[in-house]
Design a protein around this ligand. Structure first.
Ligand code: HXC
Length: 510
């Protein structure tokens, strides 16, 4: 018996060594951890249950039968993050460059199926040279099977992709279909075609980092939702995100113990909005002051900064926040911010995460670039996402809510549940100056008269009370008591039930 146990331990030790010490050292010298080290940091200590450690490939071409590394370049299984179950796979770059073979793909699919059946998130750690070249179409088929599962799991369990090395070619489309992508700065990249092909086809010269590094994808393309300095930081932040998310669409988001008084008064909020309506202020200050313990997990922090998206907790429960940011483009909606916020709203709605919308929006950004870029279709995405969302929706207008953008930002008309406004808010078709210039065009050469008209308009319309008289605003609240009012609003909506008409699926303006 002892011999048999020793044999098992030997086999295990061999599998754990992956591609061997030399390749592990090479991985470390690039500032990267190995697949197993990453899993260890991601999960609670000692919680990892590994499967398929002894799986080997079946390829007999190119002399592959002479080398069958155990595990076949991917470590799979499940474990816990602060006690809550997650499924995980980590590609092992030390084994054949983490390349995807038929059996490597099967291992990933097995745990994806388990995750969906058992209702737990899937975290995929990507560090791979792509399709295993020796296996040809079998490797492509393996990707296809993973893609299919990404599609079917979407909206069922949260899917998170960590890009911690190369991820190129068609391989990028698995992360692309997951809910969140996070990258490591300087050691990861994603592109459909690499710098050499780009040079040949378009004669553009770029480095891998410029083409598909973390900076590119968090600031320019918006493919990635966040970037971190190193592996350790990325894994720690992923644990933090998991704490906000429900395990599946069958469960409510987790409720954590909280030590922050939900009725906390924040007097400083009374002066957050400047006297001059054109002076910006930082909407993030409001988010931090509202949140339990000021804890805010921001999504896409570096992209479309005119809108802020992320997670907070109120009375221990997760809330998704969407907020216009007056510091950037005066908080206007445009193509990028509409797309960013729409995707976030749809994630929250799919996973029963209530939505808090903080509004200070002067309208849609004008311009030829916006119109040619299809701002009509992209703006409609956000409108659509809010309109169909059935989760509890609480909205607070802090200052401007003008025109179509007023309607888009979780207004009463889009099934908003509780719509608050601060006394500083202005709910109107447009700003006073713009309105007067249209209504009194014939008086434009008389500045005194126009000034009077502007003042009249401001007094009549630049306030929350016209909307409140019609019931479009449920209550005008004091800024200092915002945390209490918003927390109470969500508390009142905890057992909300709302069902949209049956359909196979909607036809979101893509
Ligand atoms: C088999 C691979 C491999 C692959 C790397 N290796 N990629 N083996 N199939 N796709 C092996 C190498 O032979 C090497 O083995 C080890 O992994 C490490 O690779 P290096 O080249 O030494 O590492 P590095 O210099 O860091 O370069 C990493 C790399 C490069 C940039 C990823 O390996 C590379 O360009 N690989 C090929 C990428 C590629 O063209 N993949 C196919 C894309 S098509 P040894 O034994 O020396 O350690 C695709 C389609 C997907 O993926 C379609 C889905 C629908």
């Amino acid at each position: 018996m002892k011999d048999i146990i020793d044999q098992l331990e030997d086999r295990r030790a061999d599998a754990r060594l992956g591609g061997g010490q030399k390749r592990i050292d090479a991985q470390h010298s690039k500032g990267k951890l190995t697949a197993r080290e990453r899993i260890e940091l991601l999960l609670d200590e000692g919680s990892f249950e590994e499967y398929d450690m002894f799986v080997t490939h079946r390829c007999t071409d190119f002399g592959m039968e002479n080398s069958r590394p155990r595990g076949d370049g991917v470590v799979t299984g499940w474990g816990t993050v602060n006690g809550r179950q997650v499924y995980v796979y980590a590609q092992d770059f030390t084994v054949l460059g983490g390349s995807v073979s038929e059996t490597h793909g099967r291992k990933i699919c097995k745990i994806m199926d388990m995750a969906v059946q058992n209702g737990a998130p899937i975290i995929g750690i990507n560090d791979s040279g792509g399709a295993r070249i020796q296996e040809g179409v079998s490797a492509l088929a393996a990707y296809g099977e993973i893609f299919k599962r990404n599609t079917l799991a979407s909206g069922v369990v949260p899917q998170i992709s960590l890009i911690m090395g190369p991820c190129a070619g068609g391989a990028v489309y698995s992360p692309a279909m997951t809910d969140f992508i996070f990258m490591v700065k300087d050691s990861s990249y994603m592109f459909v075609t690499g710098p050499d092909v780009v040079k040949t086809v378009t004669n553009e010269q770029v480095t891998a980092e410029e083409l598909g590094g973390a900076g590119t994808h968090t600031k320019k393309s918006s493919v990635a939702d966040g970037a971190y300095d190193n592996d350790v930081k990325l894994l720690a932040e992923t644990r933090r995100l998991i704490d906000f998310l429900p395990a599946s669409n069958r469960e409510k988001p987790p409720v954590r113990p909280f030590f922050d008084d939900p009725a906390r008064i924040e007097e400083s909020l009374d002066t957050l909005v400047p006297e001059n309506p054109n002076t910006p202020y930082d909407m993030k200050e409001l988010i931090h002051k509202l949140a339990d313990e000021g804890d805010f997990f921001e999504i896409q922090e570096e992209f479309a900064k005119n809108i802020i998206t992320g997670f907070i907790r109120l009375e221990g429960s997760t809330v998704g926040v969407v907020a216009n940011q007056p510091m950037v483009l005066a908080g206007c909606l445009d193509i990028d911010s509409s797309r960013k916020a729409a995707r976030f709203v749809r994630f929250c709605d799919a996973f029963e995460i209530p939505l808090l919308t903080l509004v200070d929006v002067p309208g849609f950004l004008p311009g030829v670039t916006q119109e040619y870029g299809g701002v009509i279709k992209h703006g409609a995405k956000l409108l659509f996402a809010y309109g169909e969302a059935t989760v509890p929706k609480v909205t607070l207008i802090t200052r401007k809510a003008y025109g179509g953008a007023y309607v888009v930002m979780a207004s009463k008309h889009l099934q908003g549940d509780i719509n608050y406004a601060w006394p500083t808010s202005e709910v109107a078709v447009m700003g006073a100056k713009g309105a007067v210039e249209i209504l009194y065009r014939s008086e434009l050469d008389d500045p005194e008269k126009i000034a009077g008209r502007v003042q009249d308009y401001e007094e009549s319309f630049a306030n929350p009370f016209v909307a409140a008289e019609r019931g479009f605003i449920d209550e005008v609240i004091l800024p200092r008591s915002t945390r209490r009012r918003v927390a109470r609003a969500f508390a009142g909506l905890r057992s909300k039930k709302l069902q949209n008409p049956w359909k196979k699926h909607d036809n979101l303006p893509l």
